[in-house]
Write a new protein. Structure first.
Length: 87
């Protein structure tokens, strides 16, 4: 039925689907659209905070690892050992 209509009018079914979706979206109230945008912004903000928290945690772990490596090198230099002798 849709295919026949599209052939008669020289349209593609994808165009009909896109127009239908645009019509449905256009019928939503402005208030509903604003609510959706606020909800999405809230989700995005929460995700950003989670990523920033994870980044800080990883930065701290990296700094700690670097400090341990420096300390190990200083101890090895002090005792005159190499990393191969530790194993």
């Amino acid at each position: 039925d849709l295919g026949e209509y599209c052939r008669r009018k020289g349209l593609y079914p994808e165009q009909i689907t896109a127009w239908r979706q645009a019509f449905i979206t256009g019928q939503k109230s402005e208030k509903a659209l604003q609510k959706e945008e606020r909800d999405q912004a809230r989700k995005d903000k929460k995700r950003i905070q989670e990523l920033e928290r994870e980044l800080r945690r990883k930065d701290k772990a990296l700094a700690e690892t670097a400090a341990l490596l420096v300390l190990r090198k200083k101890l090895n230099d002090y005792w005159g050992t190499t990393d191969d002798e530790d194993n």
